[in-house]
Write a protein that binds this ligand. Sequence first.
Ligand code: CTP
Ligand code: MG
Length: 224
Amino acid sequence: VNVACIVVAAGRGERLGEGRPKAFVEVGGRPLVWHALRAASGAARVTHVVVVAPDGFEGDPALGGAVAVVPGGATRQHSVANGLAALPGDTEVVLVHDAARCLAPSQLFDAVAAGVLAGHDAVIPGLPVVDTLKVVDGAGRVTATPDRTELRAVQTPQGFRRTVLERAHAAAVERGDTDAPDDAALVERIGLPVHVVAGHSDAFKVTRPQDLLLAETVLARRAA
Ligand code: CTP
Ligand code: MG
């Protein structure tokens, strides 16, 4: 079975504030996207890796671990759509991964792919939420406190039957949705079930400066 992985790396990294696309900021002396491509390529079940790159970075040596490089879009959703359009025709399962989750281990890719190969239309990794979350209205007033035991913080790679993810993206275009929070949300919108498997603490997203410190620490621990 052909399992492709789309690694989206075309974001600007505004919150990290390093003045260049986040995927090309380095940890352990290598760009985030290099680490992400290494993990995706290292997964036993992944047969094909496509990377979605920001303008001007298409030829960067850090992308050598991918078999195809495609240009990014204005939103993450558009970047994923560009990756989907570049998949080989015989792809049956597709994983979508954030380059920013650069230390997600290969085993997580394999576990997500295994869930799709076992028959689920959509499989996403999730972890219990540590903070108590509040729903707040525009005036700053708390309107609800969801039961934390029902909540999960979800990660990538997210895995899909290829036809399902293509249908979900096409339906989003028809509705006029351009900036979905994640791919699973688009599958939810077409009424199909999304299955959650155990996430991994190393699959955190590098978003703000302090996340780089954690990434450096995780890498140092692996090297020890
Ligand atoms: N991404 C992308 N194309 C976009 C926006 C985001 O490929 N137009 C990718 C990012 O490169 C990242 C992943 O989607 O790997 C998750 O997005 P996020 O963490 O929001 O990254 P950025 O958009 O780069 O960061 P920020 O929102 O702080 O600018
Ligand atoms: Mg963003």
